[in-house]
Every structure is written in structure tokens, then in C-alpha cells.
Design a binder for this molecule. Sequence first.
Ligand code: IMP
Length: 427
Amino acid sequence: MPVSVLVGLQWGDEGKGKIVDLLSRRMDWVARYSGGPNAGHTVQVDDETFVLHLIPSGILRPGVRCVIGHGVVVDLDYLAGEIRLLEQRGVEVEGRLYLSSAAHILFPYHRWLEELQGQDVRVGTTKRGIGPAYQDKMARTGIRLHELFDPRRLRERLDAELARVEMLHKAYGKPMPEPRAAAVASWTRRYSEIGARLRPHIVDTVDLLNAAIDRGDRVLCEGSQGTFLDVDLGSYPFVTSASTTAGGAATGLGIAPARLGNVIGISKGYTTRVGNGPFPSEFPAGFGDPFRKRAGEFGATTGRPRRCGWCDLVMLREAVRVNGAKEIHLTKLDILTGIPKLKVAVEYRIGRRKLFYPPVDAQEWSECRPVYADLPGWREAIDGVRDWTALPGATRRYAAKIGEWAGAPVRLVSVGSGREAIVRAPR
Ligand code: IMP
């Protein structure tokens, strides 16, 4: 049974949480492979809205087991809070959540460093310490979950890391937000305690997942953020610090690439991004501001207004290509109801050049002018529709054209926020 990978085709916030929730009905495992508490997956279950930052949304389906792989950076305070919240709302976590012992820990000093170095302002980050946590991982100074269980070792490791953090604060001429000795003492206590509580959850997840795949279990790898926030393939430097694309599932979980069979790409029917960086098909403010309000486009993690724009097929084409997406699920189509003419960017122009894929240089990308094709809109409300043939012809055509121009068929559209507001396209 090939492993499925679900990946965002844009700049994140494509509605992956809802699709994971849907697909996890047919899954034994849902495994997250990258990112950290910067992600925010929103799932509506009956009248309740769940926003999960670290734990895969598969946890909301009873019987599904969830994995946080070593590609993720784990903020223990968030994790402990999320487990508590889920349990308070009656979601069983015990025996269903596994954390890679090789996952790196995101400590409060990573947030200090992000602010100290001004990364948050330049890139427009979520301020969750993601960049510095991955910096430490790559610099081979990071602290991993398996190091939590020996308080003496943890204290030594924290002290050494905080000595470096202190030096950096001195170099920048800024005071430490908390004195080093006090932080070392209180964090050793706090994180040893959390570690002891989480101990049954912390395992070798490479072993766990590969054994499950060998047995024929069905596994879904849940991507965080989107293709163009990938540190290698995105709009660098306006990206996150992780591998958000399908390849990240192999490295971030230890599942061999040949076992990753079914890559599903998620895109909104339009485009959004939070944070800075190029966005050629962005709406002008006069159109974008009311659209954002109507669409509820505010970040699930930071509450920041999301920038909104037309569907960009130059991006989707690239995203289908680099992820090997075999199908597209198109979300939030109901938001487009009532717009008489829908534009989709089919290519870019820069000077006299035509581009069918985004350029490597973010500066050049921000200078690209989109060439739009117009597609007819629809006026009928579609949020109650559950059958493909009951969708307005213009909605079906819009979805079909996006699939055709992006290079992978649209197999499913989402027409509302509820769990059931889904329409499958015929094969
Ligand atoms: P960081 O991941 O906090 O370092 O932020 C880097 C960039 O990724 C910023 O532009 C963020 O706004 C963006 N970003 C990070 N996580 C998400 C997400 O879950 N959805 C959308 N954008 C995100």
C-alpha cells in the first residue's frame, strides 16, 4: 500500500486540516513531517472549531494514530497545552500520539534569537522561533527529545546553549530577557517534567512507521505550510526554514521516497499569503480588503490579515511539478460565489520574457506581471451542494480549467467550512 502525502501547493493555509480530517477516515496513521508551532490547522467538527499547531489533525478521528516526525521542531509548551486541550474536549490522546525521539526541541530562547536578529521583521515570520530552531539543528547544536530524560544532561546542554545566546545578546547590545542561570534552572525543571509525562509517547518513529507500512497499514503524511514556503523550493528568503514539499515527507519521517505513492496537492480557489515576499496576482487594496473580510482570511496562528489574490497557475504548475502531485483538491470555492469574472494567472511577463514557472530570485519574482485568463463566475450559492452535477457549470469549468492548466486533475472541491461540505469530481 503506497503512502499518501498531502501537500500545500501555495503559501500555506490552503485548508489542509480539513482535507486531512476527511482522508484520515481511510487511514491508520497520520504523520506530520516538517515545521513547528508556526502551522495552524483548522478543523470544524460539528459546532466545534479545533485549531491545532503541532498535533496532526488526524487526532480528531477516533482510531487514527498520529506521529510527529523528526522533521518537526517541537515546542514542548505548545504540545503540552494542545494535549491538555484535546483531552478536555474529550479527544483521546493516550496511546494514539507518538513523537520522534530525534525531533529537535524549540525552546523559548529560539524566540529570543529570532527577535534579536530581526528575522521576524525581515521575513514577516510567525515569531515562534522556527528559524533559530532549525538553525541549531543544522549547526548540530540542537537539543532533541531523547535528551529530556536525564535532568543533569539537560541542564548542561541548556547552560551551554544559553551561554551562546548570552554572548549574542551582548554582541547586539541587548539584555537577556531572563538571566541565564535562572532560565537554565527553571527550564531544566519544567522540561524534565514535561519530558517525564511525555515519555510513553516518545519513540523511534522511523521504526514505528516502517513497521506499520510493512504490515500494510495506511499512512498519510501531512505537510505543513505550502510549497512556496519550502526553504529550497519556495520564494527564498521569504520562506520558512523547513522542507514543506513532498520530499520532506521522506527525510522528515524516514520513509523511503519509493514508498511515497499518492501525492495530493491542496490549493485554494484563489491565493493567499501571510508575511512578506513576492505575490504577482495579489488583489489591489480596494478589492482585497473586503474580500479578506468576507473570506475570513486572517492567520490561524497569529491572527494577521492574509494577503489575497487571484489563482496563480504559474505557481500551481511548479507546485504540481516539484511535488509530483497526482491530483488537486480545491478549497474555499464558495468564497468566489458572486464574483462575475474570475481571473487566473496563466503566465508571467518580465520585460520581454514570458515565464511559465516562477523565477528563482524573489526580487525578480516580485517584478513579474501576471497575464490573466478570464473565466466566468457564478452567482448561485454552492455551500449546500454535495453532488458534482448540481454545481453551476461555471464552477465545474473553473475547477476543470485549473486542473488542466496546472497539470493535475481537480478531484475534489470544498464548498464550505463544515466537515461534510465537499464535492467529488467524477474520474
Ligand atoms: P516562520 O515559519 O515563522 O519562520 O515564518 C516564515 C514565513 O512563513 C512567514 O512568511 C510566515 O508568515 C510563513 N508561515 C509560516 N507558517 C505558516 C502557515 O502555517 N501558514 C502560512 N504562512 C506561514
